[in-house]
Design a protein around this ligand. Structure first.
Ligand code: BMA
Length: 362
């Protein structure tokens, strides 16, 4: 790994090369924060939906809860640097997102986390605008076409975008990471690989970017392109919307345990991760973008040394600014991706949090 070159490129990103605006916008500050982790050889840790619920608990008083609880903090003594939230449901002005998180609570938690020095990242699993199904409804390959300019659902879709933009705007003068239309090489979401052409996908991403930045003036967003990582570099870039629409490149890659068991799953996951991070680092260098592991994890963490012996060795040599593990559902006991107080594998996550080059919130 040509670390010097990578960091030189990261420095260009951090300085906003070719960009004449002043250096202290909230977005600049966020880019610098992420850049400084990568530059110091550190990887920040993030957790989805931390602060609003965890394994077997959930914030009840959405208006007054002090938002101090966190499974990650219970186990490691520290909050994660990043907290991820999902906007799924905002498109139809729902009160709560697809996992039951009240949007007012989400706003409060996001701002509280930023106030503590943390970073917030948003994903979005919107419903299917053509069929009325959910994000996973792949029954039609005409959905993206239908929402682009000239499509039958375009006007309606622009209203969906406006509601997502309203939410981000309501956070005020802060900068957040936004990674819409994620996991787009695989075909499990209506915007996935077999569901639209590369050009249609790019147009969707650019339309979203154009609406947020040019129409709504939301220039503090750090845009992350985050396909699923179980593909090669050519496929990864085949739907890349373009340098002017992207600030960070990431991948979503999970470990899955198949019939051959845990040890095999770990080997396969590490191989996949290292291969993806190798090309991601090269892409970051070439395109002057930060890189991240935007989603990862092993559901239920049956491998009690997963953090220090599987995840850490696979990521430690790459200039990844952050790694985020998925949510700890409060209503599905086996659906968790971070340790929680009482979980038998908690000590290993604590050991991970204490590694020199892994960063939690101080
Ligand atoms: C998936 C699962 C689902 C959830 C969705 C969006 O990976 O966690 O239960 O609804 O993410 O958060």
């Amino acid at each position: 790994m040509k670390r010097v070159l990578i960091f030189a490129a990261l420095a260009l990103v951090a300085c906003g090369s070719g960009n004449k605006k002043p250096m202290d916008t909230p977005k600049d500050v966020l880019v610098h924060q992420l850049f400084s982790y990568a530059e110091n050889g550190q990887i920040a840790y993030g957790h989805q939906d931390d602060l609003v619920y965890g394994h077997s608990w959930c914030v009840q008083d959405v208006e007054n809860d002090p938002l101090e609880r966190s499974d990650v903090k219970d186990v490691t003594g520290k909050y994660p640097v990043l907290v991820g939230f999902d906007l799924g449901g905002i498109e139809l002005a729902d009160k709560a997102n697809l996992d039951g998180v009240d949007f007012g609570l989400m706003r409060r938690a996001a701002l509280k986390h930023i106030e503590r020095g943390g970073i917030v990242t948003f994903s979005w699993h919107p419903r299917n605008p053509l069929t009325g199904g959910d994000a996973w409804d792949i029954s039609s390959n005409k959905v993206v076409e239908s929402i682009l300019i000239g499509g039958e659902k375009h006007t309606e879709f622009m209203q969906w975008l406006s509601r997502a933009a309203d939410f981000i705007e309501s956070l005020g003068d802060v900068s957040v990471v936004f990674r819409p239309w994620h996991e787009n090489i695989g075909s499990w979401f209506w915007w996935g690989g077999n569901l639209c052409t590369p050009d249609q996908y790019k147009e969707l991403y650019r339309l979203t970017h154009m609406y947020f930045t040019e129409v709504r003036g939301l220039t503090n967003i750090l845009w992350c392109y985050s396909p699923n990582g179980n593909c090669g570099p050519k496929e990864y870039m085949s739907r890349y919307p373009g340098d002017e629409f992207v600030d960070m490149v990431g991948i979503d890659t999970y470990e899955y345990v198949g019939p051959t068991g845990l040890a095999d799953a770990a080997v396969h996951y590490q191989e996949e991760l290292k291969s993806a991070l190798t090309y991601l680092a090269a892409i970051g260098l070439e395109h002057e973008k930060l890189i991240c592991l935007s989603e990862t994890g092993l559901e239920g963490i049956p491998d009690l040394k997963w953090w220090t012996e599987v995840l850490y060795p696979a990521i430690k040599d790459f200039p990844v600014s952050y790694v985020l593990t998925w949510r700890n559902a409060h209503d599905k006991p086996g659906h968790f991706y971070a340790a929680w107080d009482g979980f038998e594998g908690a000590a290993d996550m604590k050991a991970f949090s204490e590694l020199d080059n892994i960063k939690f919130l101080d």
